[in-house]
Design a protein around this ligand. Sequence first.
Ligand code: HMG
Ligand code: MG
Length: 308
Amino acid sequence: MIPEHVTLVEVGPRDGLQNEAQPVATAHKVELVRRLQAAGLREIEVTSFVSPKWVPQMADNAQVMAAIARPAGVRHSVLVPNMLGLQAALVGGEVTRPDEIVVFGAATQAFSQRNINCSIEQSIARFAPVVAAAHAAGLKVRSAISCALGCPYQGEVTPDEVEHLVKLFKQIGVDHCGVADTIGVGTPRRVQAAMERALKHYPLDQVSGHFHDTYGQALANILACLQMGIHNFDTSVAGLGGCPYAKGATGNVATEDVVFMLQGMGIHTGIDLDALVDAGAFISDLLGRAPVSRVGKALLIKRGRVFA
Ligand code: HMG
Ligand code: MG
């Protein structure tokens, strides 16, 4: 049964911008978040409290969290790799703390080592006290399972490997299971096989898809998830992004493209597509390129914009 309502978690400010080589000013990140809020996004992944040596673009995490508006009804999340990251996310108190954190592991040992410098087992041992402390502070905890459909170092990844990490996250009390196709190689049936494993351990409304669109499969993969009733997806405005530890991986599926598809299917998202296209144009102009979003670009051309 295809869902009537879909929730999109906008990850552009984090997953999108983390991969930009040129510095993006804190004020511009804050303005992007404001525009996304205004476009009706109700879940926004704002930044990450990771090591600035590993991901310099996210070094202004605390400043961004302190500067964004916190309108009622909008949930803001941040990535946290360890206790140091959680403490940094909480230090500013009520006004600046996130509503939710994301702990991120990988289905393969090789990616876990490259991305967070430890094995899968070490990552779980590291996350367990973070999850407990986040819950004690009243925060929800989402997970991201990187490389669920393929790994840039290992190659093929099996549903068993995905389920192994799903179970480990469940055991340490993570509330939500995010299945991530880091390098965008998943295809619909394989995505469904991975999702089935997540759904063995998490309820339907606590499973989400995070699809990078490197091979152009993301919309098809989202449709395959919708057919299973899955109704939570991460998307990135203007198709921003990639992962600094997955060479050649391009951005997440563009929020504009997903909203256009869902609107066409009569599925409610609460998002104003025109305002979203404006937000995508704003950040793409700042970065000096056309939006990667096909829908964003098409609607801007319709409005009279010319792209080289
Ligand atoms: P490490 O070097 O093993 O950590 O990194 P460490 O504990 O040995 O500490 C080394 C130094 O880092 C110390 O500083 C710590 O204080 C500092 P020094 O004494 O050398 O001056 N440090 C920190 N500083 C700030 N915030 C922190 C923090 N932790 C340690 N939280 C670590 C381990 C996990 C920290 C590192 O590997 C890291 O930050 N990795 C993050 C990588 C990352 O952000 N990748 C991109 C996000 S994941 C992604 O995009 C995938 C996703 O989108 C899903 C998908 O598509 O697959 C979610
Ligand atoms: Mg990602």
